[in-house]
Design a protein around this ligand. Sequence first.
Ligand code: MG
Length: 166
Amino acid sequence: MNPANLRIGIGHDTHRLKTGGPLRLGGIDIPFDKSLDGHSDADVLLHAVTDAVLGAAALGDIGELFPNTSAENKNRCSIEMLQIAMGHVREKGYKLLNVDCIVFAQKPKLSDHKQQLAKSVAHALDIESRLVGIKAKTGEGIGDVGQENCMMAQCIALMYLEESDD
Ligand code: MG
């Protein structure tokens, strides 16, 4: 493996919380009395993952690929968006090595769901679950996360360019 062919990407996303569950996160439905608001299904974790993989391949961002002004993207499933993004990434010759994610949520407690989240994200990315890190942080009761106004997510993705583009 030539280290010069390694690529790293970062993704971040925020969505407001609204009354009424379940919470769609990482491609699964988690029992909760609130859900995320947005043009698509507002899956904040998958949106951060999508931006990280697009970023590693320098292929723009989720907003360019799936504009929130497009009717086609209304309530759109984020698993599908991530799979389309990964298709572009693979087409350019990139192999995804691993992702590491942080979800920022005051509630619900995500520790019981981390394994299922990793499995779901891994499935969407078509990689093994052991290659997906999922961490959860609260907002310590302060700020927009802590006050349960929103949830945020971050993701970092490492890729290998199998065919050099030079
Ligand atoms: Mg988003």
